[in-house]
Ligand binder design. Sequence first.
Ligand code: NAP
Length: 480
Amino acid sequence: MQEYRLFINGEWVETQDGEVLDDINPSTGEVFARVHQAGPKDVEHAITAASAASVAWGKTQPAVREEILIKAADCLQARIHEIADVLIDEAGSTFGKAMFEASFVVNLLRSAAGEARRIFGETMPSDGPDIFSMSVRRPLGVIAGIAPFNFPFLLACKKVALAIAAGNAFVLKPSEETAVTGLKIAEIFEQAGLPKGVLNVIPGSGPEVGGRLVDDPRVKMITFTGSTVVGKKLAVQAAQQLKKITLELGGKSPLIVLADADLDYAVDAACFGIFLHQGQVCMANSKLIVEAAVYDAFCDKFAAKVKSLKVGDPRQPNTVIGPLIRGAQCQVIDRHVQDALDKGARLLTGGSSESNFYQPTVMADVGPDMQIYREESFGPVVSIIKADDHEAALYIANDSEYGLSSAVITNDLQKAMELSLRLEAGMVHINDCTVFDEPHVPFGGVKKSGFGREGGRYSMEEMTEVKWITIQMGKRHFPF
Ligand code: NAP
């Protein structure tokens, strides 16, 4: 049984005042590893190390940061199967999802390397006759990231890589459920030659470790990805420090299928967009809104496809639905399904579970009074809602407190574009599902899906501060 320590100041250290906990494989229920959890002294150690390292790191040449990030990409490429194995055993990823996630991060690291050279300022005209006026972007210092369990490698690496590219030091608190994945990020950057203290990875309890990171004045920014409930708490806590925070939170993302769509294509898109990683995806299209003229046909085709999805061992290459991260999530889904049935929805397939494995579940005739219409189930369950026309579809799509991703499938591009501009979401994908990400795009949501954007230059802007500098070339006239 492998035991993992904390990564602080470039060293693998035992916890000073935390516990050592079992890390459970959600597929088998067996202990996968033992992981040291950070206590208060460890958090203090990590922030002190990051603070000290941030000074020299903030002054490094872009070429140095670029080289380390490219080396990290190469190290990861060489260890891709090892990382995928951890994603399967620790996070319950299917083989396909694990390989996708690890490979995405190779590109992400390369893309972040390029960003190190693109931290641009501006010059601007001045009303003063002899003034040269400019802005520069400076690193913030220490940034702390708090990451979720579902895409634990990708989402944490996005934060780490771009923060480092911008010249910041970083403290990462991975999810307790995917601590080893977080520590693998440290292994890769250590191998790539990142100086000591620039990255520190400290698994531990959310409120305990995460809370201390938010409260500490040496940490200049929090980048959080997780649930809306926790995000709200952190926003309040960060506000007390007037600390910058970006929040990538939950979603109930709509996919609209208009009557002229290619229905087979729409079924495939909708299926991938909800069942990838058992529906544990923030941008999953858990709300399918289908125009009345094709509603029945869509429901039949969609249910038939979903019934064919293989549930089981995530290591089998043809498995689509692996385990949920924890059994308790099955009860949340059961409650949502039962509530919808009680209020008149139809169960087209699924609706049951065995240990952590929930059958892919389709509910039709879902309405606004049902929990499943509004609440994030974070599992393999999807609602189908009938809309009279595209205006009704838009109303249903926007009838949500969330606003992360969205999608429209139609051959009428003019109508699609009009809907895209009126959809209350941070991201809209035409003729696609809602699940889509690339390293350099502005990923993020509106409403209760959070604020701030992650990816490429958008992260660089969040993770640096603009400073205005002037040079008085002549002599300014002072009135007294
Ligand atoms: P979560 O329960 O909110 O946890 C996320 C992280 O926050 C974990 O590291 C957790 O630590 C930590 N945490 C919990 N309570 C905390 C507190 N009081 N103070 C500081 N940190 C705290 O979310 P999750 O269950 O891991 O992930 C699922 C949620 O994330 C879903 O709602 C999903 O939609 C959202 N998500 C959003 C995006 C996006 O980009 N918008 C992407 C992925 C996931 P512990 O592990 O110790 O609890």
